[in-house]
Design a binder for this molecule. Structure first.
Ligand code: F3S
Length: 282
């Protein structure tokens, strides 16, 4: 029988688990309709389960009609919240407290007169939320974007920097190094959340030892796909599944150690189900 080892850090982060439990609570208690603004997490099974409990997804406040609108862990702009409230919706803000810290840091820098840059992915809902709370800030995806601003002479002398919670330290360092070459003052608030990096490091360490790896999470989840790549580089027999019923016994023929990891959008219950299925199989 194979040994099954779950990565030391795996699955939903604090902010996602928190948003999920707040939503489940409301699904039980709320008298009227309950909507989430966008899918609560990038995991189709969780979204289906929430739908079965009466929680619907809407892309914008006007789609909700009435009742409760839940803001997911990524957060949103103050304008969207104001719009929802003006439509008579009750807003439950499940923005991750670490994302809120980025909102506050960006706003403080703007108020203190810094030309604020958000290091992150343009158009990502978290980044849109940060821009909205900052009031006046710009997104840079990498060093090229900073160079373009410098070349266009579009940067102030005092530059403030915050960063999307899921970006890497290497990217932040590269951006700051580029800025230091031109700005008189660069003030950086490192708002990277450790959760993503911890999961990647733990997955890499486990994949290097395991004979086979199972990565659990939505196929549409960027961070789960990244975990899959990290594991596949170190363990050829790596499989990405969304649910326990996708497991196939032949994947584990002759293996001694099976590693399990899961993306930030995978609740603990799904990991437990996969481990139980593996115990029955391998
Ligand atoms: Fe929050 Fe970090 Fe997760 S910012 S939503 S705990 S990845």
């Amino acid at each position: 029988m194979a040994r099954i080892v779950v990565a030391q850090r795996a699955g939903a982060c604090y902010g996602v688990e928190r948003a999920l439990s707040l939503t489940l609570e409301q699904a039980e208690q709320a008298a009227g309709p309950v909507h989430t603004l966008g899918p609560l997490i990038h995991n189709p099974l969780v979204v289906e389960d929430l739908e079965a409990r009466g929680v619907r997804v809407t892309d914008a406040p006007e789609g909700a009609g009435s009742g409760l609108l839940i803001i997911r862990a990524h957060g949103t702009t103050p304008e969207v919240i104001a719009d929802a409230e003006a439509r008579g919706l009750t807003v439950l803000d499940a923005t991750c407290p670490y994302v809120k810290k980025v909102h506050v840091a960006a706003k403080k820098l703007v108020d203190a007169g810094y030309d604020v840059l958000v290091v992150g992915e343009a158009g990502h809902p978290e980044v849109e939320g940060i821009l909205g709370h900052a009031g006046h800030a710009r997104v840079v995806g990498g060093v090229e974007d900073v160079r373009a601003l410098i070349d266009a002479d579009a940067l102030g002398k005092k530059v403030g920097v915050v960063v999307q919670t899921t970006q890497t330290l290497a990217l932040l360092q590269a951006v700051v190094a580029e800025l230091l070459a031109c700005a008189q003052e660069v003030r950086v608030v490192n708002t990277i959340c450790a959760a993503t990096q911890e999961r990647q490091q733990a997955a890499a360490a486990l994949a290097a030892q395991a004979d086979a790896m199972v990565v659990v999470g939505g196929k549409n989840s960027g961070n789960t796909r990244r975990l899959f790549e990290i594991c596949a580089e170190r363990c050829a027999r790596t499989h990405h599944i969304e649910a326990a019923d996708e497991l196939e016994a032949r994947w584990f023929a002759g293996v001694e150690t099976i590693g399990v990891t899961a993306g930030a959008s995978t609740p603990q219950a799904h990991i437990d189900a996969v481990v139980a299925a593996l115990q029955a199989l391998a």
